[in-house]
Design a protein around this ligand. Structure first.
Ligand SMILES: C[S@@+](CC[C@H](N)C(=O)[O-])C[C@H]1O[C@@H](n2cnc3c(N)ncnc32)[C@H](O)[C@@H]1O
Length: 246
């Protein structure tokens, strides 16, 4: 409350014009407890391109968002290190790849086998040019089945943007069923008591994720900006039982 008031006093025109924009966007894209996901992200990526306000905090500048994402990369890498992810030989799926920030982090850390999926292909041309050898496909994780099996599935700041509970369940089952038996999922999301923060954004408690991954061990979430990063993997006994059945 105090933070919101301080922001309003510091930048009244900016705060009011963003409020106005959000209202217009809600009228354009939201309805029936959900929103037209592809139209919204197509609009947002079309408006900002590779400026990080497109995937980050619209109230901050591109440069401020760069700093936040750099912090996010450090936390992401620390969580991956703790989970002992073998980047060089891992089959990696990056869900909601956006501007390719985590694709670049993964490439710089030795990943060769990378597939980025996003529900819109607006930025794919630029991503192909910047990251030759990496693959990109248009997939809506909340409504379309994935293909393949992955050793690392990263879902960085995307699952909070699934604003419908049936779609959220579909997305998490989609992730679980395409994870290799000893694979790891790394998620970055806004954790906390369940709350619809905006028409395109829901904050959920950790239990909302745990429910879909019985028999998985979750790491302790680590904070970065307004998000938390955590990993999950099958308990070892269960993973070896699954691989011996294959
Ligand atoms: C907040 S941005 C995060 C981008 C990137 N992961 C990062 O952290 O820089 C969310 C991204 O997820 C994509 N997205 C939103 N809903 C999606 C869905 N249902 N399936 C796949 N991608 C989705 C958006 O187009 C956008 O690129």
């Amino acid at each position: 409350m105090f933070r919101k008031l301080a922001k309003l006093l510091r930048d009244p025109v900016g705060v009011l014009s963003r409020r106005w924009m959000t209202m217009v966007e809600r009228l354009r894209f939201a309805g029936g407890g959900d929103y037209r996901t592809a139209d919204y992200w197509n609009y947002r990526h079309g408006k900002y391109g590779f400026d990080l306000r497109g995937v980050g905090d619209k109230s901050k500048s591109h440069e401020e968002n760069v700093k936040l994402l750099e912090q996010g990369s450090r936390v992401f890498l620390a969580v991956c290190r703790e989970a002992k992810i073998p980047f060089r030989r891992a089959r990696v799926l990056d869900i909601g790849c956006g501007t390719g920030h985590f694709a670049e982090v993964l490439r710089n850390n030795g990943v060769k086998d990378y597939l980025g999926v996003d529900n819109v292909d607006t930025l794919f041309q630029g991503l192909h040019a910047r990251l030759p050898g990496f693959r990109f496909e248009q997939v809506d994780i909340a409504t379309q089945r994935l293909r393949g099996t992955y050793d690392l599935i990263a879902a960085m700041d995307v699952l909070q943007h699934i604003a419908n509970e049936e779609k959220f369940a579909f997305a998490l089952e989609n992730i679980r069923s395409h994870l290799a038996p000893s694979g790891t999922v790394v998620i970055s999301t806004h954790l906390g008591p369940y709350r619809r923060e905006a028409f395109y954004f829901i904050r959920r408690p950790l239990e909302a994720f745990q429910k879909f991954f019985p028999g998985f061990a979750f790491s302790t979430p680590v904070a970065y900006a307004d998000s938390f990063v955590f990993s999950l993997r099958r308990n070892q006994k269960r993973a070896s039982a699954i691989s011996s059945r294959r």
